[in-house]
Design a binder for this molecule. Sequence first.
Ligand code: SAM
Length: 340
Amino acid sequence: MNTRSHAATLLDMADLLRPNAIRAAAALQLADHLAHGPLTAQTLAERTGANPVMLTKLLRYLDELGLLRRDDEDAFTLTELGEPLRRDSRQSLGQFLSAEGLFGRADLGLVGLLHTVRTGESSYAAAFGREYWDDINGDPAFAEALDKEGPTRIAFDADLIVDAYDWSGVRRVVDVGGNNGTLLMELLVRHPHLTGAVLDLPGVSKIAARRVAEAGLSDRGEAVAGSFFDPLPTGADVYLLSGVLADWSDERAVEILGRCGEAAGQEGKVLLAEINLDMESSGQSAAATDLWVSATVPTPSRTVGRLKELGAAAGLTLTWEGPGTHIRSLLEFGAGGARA
Ligand SMILES: C[S@@+](CC[C@H](N)C(=O)[O-])C[C@H]1O[C@@H](n2cnc3c(N)ncnc32)[C@H](O)[C@@H]1O
């Protein structure tokens, strides 16, 4: 490859217009407006409340990218490439990529990456003025976004937790920091003998309660509002922590593990399904995830070994190690009366 094509490749890789245009299109729900046939820029501007002149420019660029097609009468149609942006499409990316959504906004925080690399501080806070979880937990609009986006996100690794762990001897599970209940509901559906609760902060827990009821699972599932820094409801066989510790410092992570151990008591287990980044055995995608996570939430990325050390620091004993994926590990701890 010659220097000129390297330069072109680099410029393409560093481009910020394309991703932002796609995320603006997702936020304006252009694909949904175009789902039932072609519309002009003027009609789309009226329906989305966007500035007609700027929207026209965006639409032309999306036509150039191949997400839309402009016809002879200046109306725009959705192409096959643009289809996944429809919110009603299978595995829709519309909400996920929206510039105003939960994950889209986290991605946009990466404009502060230089600040992170210079200082070690979160790029998200540099971009938006407050830390990611403060934003999410403090703004009802985000709780709504979480409601819509959760299922997309959890689908990435639900199978590992649902299938790789032996749930046959478990009667009750508490999904601690279980978000909108997606994982708990998946567990209840796939393992009909289980009962369980999802525990999360009040705003999120309300959403989980509604979703569990809508899924017709209220006879076996419930949502509990609370904090994992306070004593947790006792009596469950398994306290599941999925993707929670990655957001917290070592000290706080040990506190959370300790609370789970305390509630699990002598008989219960703590199942840690954590994001781990074993850079030695992982490929490039782990490096990208590592950088993304540590730029977005200012906490250390941890290897499986480090997670085991945190478990031990919380007074827990490793009782089982699951198969894991390149970014997820599955560790079971026996609590044996651990204290926070
Ligand atoms: C990264 S999400 C993980 C969600 C889910 N377990 C999963 O696997 O996708 C972290 C969750 O912890 C919740 N959370 C944050 N602080 C909390 C606290 N003090 N007590 C309980 N939940 C909390 C957030 O609301 C969010 O739902």
